[in-house]
Design a protein around this ligand. Structure first.
Ligand code: 15L
Length: 281
């Protein structure tokens, strides 16, 4: 895998995925500009610099992005939060990232999420998988902000030619811990290879990728992975015997792809047997 000719910026560098990317991309010889609202907890790699600021500070974003070729945008709220907590980092902050990318003609790799489509039902049996161009069905304010982020990428590509790769991340954790993750799991090494491909692919345009490993029980179908030359190499399948019995018992959570996020403050009345209420899309 080639080394980018310009520095690469990573937002959310102090989070679990930011730290992973920092470690692995530094080891691969990349020059990194890191940022987070929290201090960076690890020793700083040789070719990396770190600045601590809030993504709501547009001037700080612009300054740090000077001269970068790509921005791996993993910063902002990464779980469901009240609306007021989400809008600063995930809406205004994202705008700052895209304005910086526009100035630098840099590519944005956006850590989107399955929660932008979380209210799609889980496919059963031979039911069709979801393709990348399915409707957004966010399962909360966090998922809504990820849909907004993908649409912002759509607009900056159409209007300004700013390339962006939107990673609809399933569940990126060291291990598979429940039945849902047999479908949604993304291994750490597959994420790292995905980010490398997204940054170094000769052309990306506006791309959407289902970011999960090679899981037999996946919910997801077509996307733009061929365009960036990525194929997952790991799989959740081996964990089936230990985890397939690990379910929540909550009918809302188990019905929808977004899992537990769909049932947070869920207040729609009726039961799933009430066909007229629940089969209307
Ligand atoms: C996400 O978007 C979250 O960042 C992560 O913490 C998990 O909840 C994941 O989705 C998931 O759906 O498993």
């Amino acid at each position: 895998m080639s080394i980018p000719s310009k520095p690469v910026m990573i937002t959310g560098a102090s989070g679990a995925l930011g730290r992973l990317l920092t470690r692995e991309l530094s080891a691969a010889g990349w020059t990194l500009r890191l940022t987070d609202i929290a201090p960076f907890p690890d020793p700083l790699p040789e070719k990396a610099s770190f600045l601590r600021y809030d993504l709501a500070d547009g001037v700080a974003v612009m300054r740090q992005a000077e001269g970068v070729g790509a921005i791996l945008h993993f910063g902002g709220c990464s779980v469901e939060q009240p609306f007021e907590a989400v809008i600063g980092p995930n809406l205004r902050g994202l705008y700052h990232i895209y304005e910086a990318a526009r100035r630098e003609k840099a590519r944005v790799i956006f850590a989107s999420s399955n929660h932008s489509i979380g209210f799609h039902k889980r496919p059963e049996g031979n039911e069709a998988k979801l393709d990348y161009d399915c409707a957004f069905r966010p399962d909360g304010y966090y998922g809504l902000s990820k849909a907004y982020g993908e649409l912002m990428g759509r607009m900056y590509w159409d209007k300004h030619g700013i390339e962006n790769v939107n990673l609809r991340i399933g569940s990126c954790f060291p291990k598979v811990v429940n039945r849902r993750m047999l479908s949604t799991w993304l291994s750490y090494p597959d994420l790292v290879r995905l980010c490398q491909a997204a940054v170094t692919a000769p052309r990306a345009g506006h791309a959407v990728i289902w970011a999960c490993s090679n899981n037999a029980a996946t919910y997801w179908g077509k996307d733009h992975r061929e365009r960036i030359g990525w194929q997952p190499q790991d799989s959740a399948d081996g964990a089936r015997p230990e985890v397939e019995g690990i379910v929540s018992g909550d009918p809302v959570e188990e019905r929808y792809q977004g899992g537990s996020y769909t049932s947070i403050e869920y207040s729609r009345q009726g039961g799933f047997s009430a066909k007229d209420a629940f089969d209307l899309d």
